[in-house]
Design a protein around this ligand. Structure first.
Ligand code: NAD
Ligand code: UDP
Length: 341
């Protein structure tokens, strides 16, 4: 973890080149989770030194097992609520530490809220002490149950402060405020990514979110659980696209919140049909109660990400779902239905 420089050819613009070629020391909090493990993998593949800090509340060691032997990767099992003793240089912090699945973040709501506030304060303190740039994995949940069809960053949202989702939604809103304050008054370089529903390989089969639920149910022949009438919408982003967006935001000069998501909008019934079709499954659709405060719609306006980061998602839902099915088929050791296609 020496943050050393990659040798640069003497071209007369060494300083400029060194800035871009410098191997960074990066802390990924929540790095053993679904998104975090993909981010760690990408950063390692680019030659950076990565410290993954995770309490394994919803993350899994198997997500990072391929990285464990890498000399530039280190895993620390720790809660971000606990004091962080950091020695040496630190260039960047990605804070992804927080359960993202509604049933999981509601299991210990006070801890979820503390993760988003006290935990975030700890990481912001570390950023201030080390001079590291810090990125917060915020969420489309800051818009709550939105009253506008295309959610842009200027929309202030419609969130219930006292419902079962509040520990997460309000926690993430408070975290954005802390980021903004540290950015505005404490000289910390902050980045805020408002992430919309993201899916892909390494979601846990027990995670409880809709994509993993539907795929696991279809592959095992279990009933597909449609909550409510299934006409609520979500916009699903493939994980590789999100990781590219997070890195572009970190590298950018924008401290304003930026939506990262795929604007393609689907009802949960459309998603179920797609999964059933791709798995060639005979699972039945069954209707279950709609969770309290479940947002009716979600679709990101990504014009800010396009203008400031030059970013747009590239993986269509059909293709991303096929890749995710392949992953789950391997993990659950059932035959891959896409192979026959
Ligand atoms: P995940 O649950 O798979 O990963 C979260 C990781 O954080 C897990 O490894 C977990 O063990 C760890 N963690 C939780 N609380 C912690 C704590 N107090 N201290 C240390 N580690 C802790 O979820 P994910 O889908 O990978 O989401 C990653 C981040 O992105 C989360 O902050 C989430 O809020 C945000 N986000 C994700 C989505 C999405 O659709 N995946 C959407 C919006 C926002
Ligand atoms: N959902 C569903 N069946 C499931 C899990 C979720 O119909 O087995 C619905 C859920 O009610 C919500 C949508 O799918 O309307 C997305 O849920 P998820 O938990 O993935 O994410 P979030 O609600 O946080 O967007």
């Amino acid at each position: 973890m020496d943050g050393s420089l990659v040798p640069v050819v003497a071209t007369g613009c060494e300083d400029f080149m060194a800035r871009f070629r410098r191997r960074k020391v990066v802390l990924v909090a929540g790095g053993a989770g679904f998104v975090g493990s993909h981010l760690c993998e990408t950063l390692i593949s680019e030659g950076h030194s990565v410290v993954c800090l995770d309490n394994l509340q919803t993350g899994r060691i198997q997500n990072i097992s391929a990285l464990q032997a890498h000399p530039q990767f280190r895993f620390i099992e720790q809660d971000i609520l606990d004091r962080l003793n950091w020695q040496g240089p630190l260039d960047e912090i990605y804070n992804l530490a927080c359960p993202a699945s509604p049933p999981l973040y509601q299991r210990d709501p006070i801890h979820t809220f503390r993760t988003c506030t006290e935990g975030v304060l700890n990481l912001l303190g570390l950023a201030k002490a080390t001079g590291a740039r810090i990125l917060q994995a915020s969420t489309s949940e800051v818009y709550g149950d939105p009253e506008i069809t295309l959610q842009h960053e200027g929309y202030r949202g419609c969130v219930n402060t006292v419902g079962p989702r509040a520990c997460y939604d309000e926690g993430k809103r408070a975290a954005e405020t802390l980021f903004w304050e540290f950015g505005t008054h404490m000289g910390v370089e902050v980045r805020i990514a408002r992430i919309f529903n993201t899916y892909g390989p390494r979601m846990s089969p027990e995670d409880g979110r809709v994509v993993s639920n539907f795929i696991v149910q279809a592959l095992t022949g279990a009933d597909i659980t449609i909550y409510g009438d299934g006409m609520q919408t979500r916009s699903f982003c493939y994980v590789d696209d999100l990781v590219a967006g997070l890195k572009a935001l970190m590298a950018s000069e924008t401290s304003d919140p930026v939506n990262l998501g795929n604007p393609g909008e689907f009802t949960m019934r459309e998603l179920a049909d797609m999964v059933l079709r791709q798995t060639d499954s005979r699972s039945r659709l069954v209707q279950c109660p709609l969770p309290v405060d479940d947002p009716r719609q979600r679709r990101p306006d990504i014009s800010r990400a396009a203008a400031r980061l030059g970013w747009a998602p590239t993986v269509p839902l059909e293709e991303g779902i096929a890749r995710t099915i392949r992953h789950f088929a391997g993990e659950l050791q059932v035959s891959d239905p896409c192979e026959a296609l």
